[in-house]
Design a protein around this ligand. Structure first.
Ligand code: PLP
Length: 375
């Protein structure tokens, strides 16, 4: 089946690029300027980048000068975690791999409660035991469950102990309102391809006045904090997606929540023993993570794929193969159950028909399980 004939319900892995974004990127690709050149085409490229900086800063309540363009969320996270002068990092157990890898030892990992929310009391205890300043990294919304984390409270606790707070907001931006100031984040990561922009474009917001050691050496781009010729087309597409996301935010959130609720009600009607993770928590409106006990996630994902429906099992962008979900195990979900969990994630292009297409395909899987059990 051609990708464009599939029902695409894996927007947390990547969302389709908006057609308007493709158009501006194509135009930008056709104009030759290097933003560091002082001639006309160079100045045009520079103007495009600075206008993008303003647009993106609006989406997350930052100042344009606080934005460093990167090649995506992974680079933004790496830059935040490597670039600050903290003596160590404390990282929540449910972070994306691009953050989690920086945990030097198990005692650098902030536990999460079975609800899927980080344990703020544990964070406070961990900070009390550290004498030198550290960087605390807590994501805004989890990529697998969609559960929104108490970042503002974590920032308040971190600051009270002289620590900095980094927030990976990659999954939240474009889905729920994100405001760096209200969150109290010193550093915040975002990525364009999660909300209709191109892959390979992202940004790190660095609070005004905070020192950050560059990780890429070369030219003086991005105020000397990230060397390398700027990807003008990708940045332009990123900015347009950010502008559209800001305008579409509340409509998209309520539409997604309606579709997600319809999906979850039907899933529970089809299989009353299905477990939906984080259903009673504050969640992203677009994300549903649920387990069908007795049917491996890989079997569900492959059967759905054959039926023309794309979903994922756990964090798809980490490997391409199905591994145990670190997020669900951090929530102390039984291992066998966690192995049966899939993630359905909606996006700007998702429709009620997508949900109505998903349901019969998933019902077949649930029915086969029933027959297997009966036989
Ligand atoms: N952080 C989170 C929470 C993510 O879900 C992802 C990707 O799925 C990333 C970071 C990495 O972003 P990128 O794909 O832009 O490198």
């Amino acid at each position: 089946m051609q990708p464009d004939q599939m029902i695409y319900l894996d927007n947390n892995a990547t969302a389709p690029v908006r057609p308007e974004v493709v158009r501006v990127m194509t135009e930008a690709l056709l104009s030759p300027g290097n933003a560091s050149s002082i001639h006309g085409p160079g100045r045009t490229a520079r103007a495009m980048i600075e206008s993008a900086r303003r647009e993106i800063s609006n989406l997350v309540g930052a100042r344009p000068a606080e934005i460093i363009f990167t090649c995506g969320g992974t680079e933004a996270n790496n830059l935040a975690l490597r670039g600050t002068a903290a003596s160590g990092v404390l990282i929540s157990a449910i972070e994306h791999e691009s953050v989690l890898r920086f945990a030097a030892s198990p005692d650098a990992i902030i536990p999460v409660l079975p609800s899927g929310v980080i344990d703020l009391a544990a964070l406070e205890d961990m900070l009390k035991r550290r004498s030198a300043p550290v960087l605390v990294s807590v994501m805004l919304a989890n990529n697998e469950t969609g559960i929104v984390q108490p970042v503002a409270e974590a920032a308040r606790i971190a600051h009270a102990h002289g620590a900095l707070l980094h927030c990976d907001a990659v999954q939240a931006v474009g889905k729920i309102p994100v405001d760096c100031g209200a969150l109290g984040a010193d550093l915040l990561s975002l990525s364009a391809h999660k909300f209709g922009g191109p892959q390979g474009a992202g940004a790190l917001i660095v609070r005004n006045g905070l020192d950050l050691a560059p990780q890429m050496m070369g030219g003086g781009q991005e105020g000397g904090r990230r060397a390398g010729t700027e990807n003008v087309a990708a940045i332009t597409g990123f900015a347009l997606a950010a502008g559209i996301a800001a305008e579409a935010l509340s409509g998209l959130a309520s539409r997604s929540a309606i579709l997600r609720d319809r999906l979850e009600a039907a899933v529970q009607a089809i299989a009353p023993d299905a477990i939906i993770f984080g259903q009673d928590q504050i969640r992203l409106p677009n994300t549903s993570c649920f387990a069908l006990p007795g049917v491996a996630a890989s079997t569900q994902v492959m059967s759905l794929d054959l039926a023309g429906v794309a979903v994922s099992a756990g964090a798809a962008c980490s490997s391409g193969k199905v591994t145990r979900s670190a997020v669900l195990s951090a929530m102390r979900v039984d291992e066998a159950l966690a192995g049966c969990a899939i993630r359905v994630s909606l996006g700007w292009a998702s429709t009620a028909d997508d949900i109505e297409g998903f349901l019969p395909a998933w019902e077949m899987i649930a029915r086969r399980r029933h027959l297997r059990r009966a036989g």
